[in-house]
Design a protein around this ligand. Sequence first.
Ligand code: T4K
Length: 388
Amino acid sequence: TIRSPADLAIHGAPPAFDDPLHVGRPNIGDKDTILEQIAEILERKWLTNNGPVVQEFERSIADRLGVKHCIAMCNGTIALEIAIRALGLSGEVIVPSWTFVATAHALHWQGITPVFADVDGSTQNLDPVSVERMITPRTTGIIGVHLWGRAAPIDALQALANRHGLKLMFDAAHAFGSTYKQRSIGQFGACEVLSFHATKAFNSMEGGAVVTNNDELAQAMQLMRNFGFIGYDDVAYPGTNGKMIEACAAVGLVNLKSLDDTFDHNRSNHAAYVRELAGIEGITVLPYDPAEHNSHHYVVIMVNGHSNASRDQILSALHAENVLARKYFWPGVHMMQPYRDLQPNAGHHLPQTLAVAEQVIVLPTGTAVNECDIKTVADIVRMAGHRT
Ligand code: T4K
């Protein structure tokens, strides 16, 4: 227990946690069932290439999200790349800088320039006013990101896209299980891209998908993820290999069964963080809209005017206790290569992104974290910076 500054590891006390408390510890469903399913796959000797388990996985995801097509992929990044190509994006595409680097890399990788728009500091999602300002004659599309599982301003972005004749798609890597105006994420824009990476609320170890209601787009992506093959011998598209394997789909299907319990656990963890961190000067917890569904998978705190410690000092204090909190997505994608060299002035348009990047800490949650852990984490944050 941390009752005074002298109890902190940064002041020489033993760390509060023997084992690290991670952001992004995988939520794993019933292990015996997972092993049984894998054994069946081995028995069947059908390991990949649109096997029966992948097909069942795709149906389950599409049903859960209320969307017509789910095209499962090997990960979220390849799913982004394929969606971008299937939509025919080119030239410049507007994205937030305040996101994981994959959102921009998926464009750059295909010779498209990601143009960074600013976020609204209060929601950390794209600011449509900034997006509109970044439109040029070369712009072909917008990729909105539902950061921390909180929906981007979908209606405003769609209106903007319609007005300027742009394609709109979403990076919904964080947003499985989220809603926007009570409708499930997955149903918006031309298509939405999901990630089922180990660190996501819902995981298939590695995995991703594009979900869409557009038949033509779905068909193009089905071909593109399998080299463009139609039948045995004919290739209709310049495709890649983006296929999900049977084992990942099996893990996903089992994890899906306990997902609502995982979400419940996350929701009470989030509430515990809000309760325990209340009253610490200069710390705010990013709220989730109680009117919408959310996985509550990200506990994001903002450090602004903590009386004793800077964001980085709090982070160091946490790390010393084995609480491996993160400052996602500092310093912003525009500060990462190759964008830092290619677009050295991008930051001029991103005042809110720069401000948010200096304040954010993402704290551990998920099924590996309990209320008692959360009390200790809050005590560390409270004591950080106090002198012994
Ligand atoms: N778009 C957005 C908005 C995204 O956030 C992401 C991925 C993507 C697109 C791309 O989707 P994928 O291609 O990944 O499907 C992690 C994840 O690798 C990445 O999936 C995720 N976003 C990003 C936010 O976080 P890193 O480099 O921070 O991962 P790493 O290895 O530091 O792991 C994070 C923590 O999780 C560590 O404390 C350890 C723990 N962990 C991790 C793994 C892999 C475990 O306990 N067990 C594990 O198996 O990127």
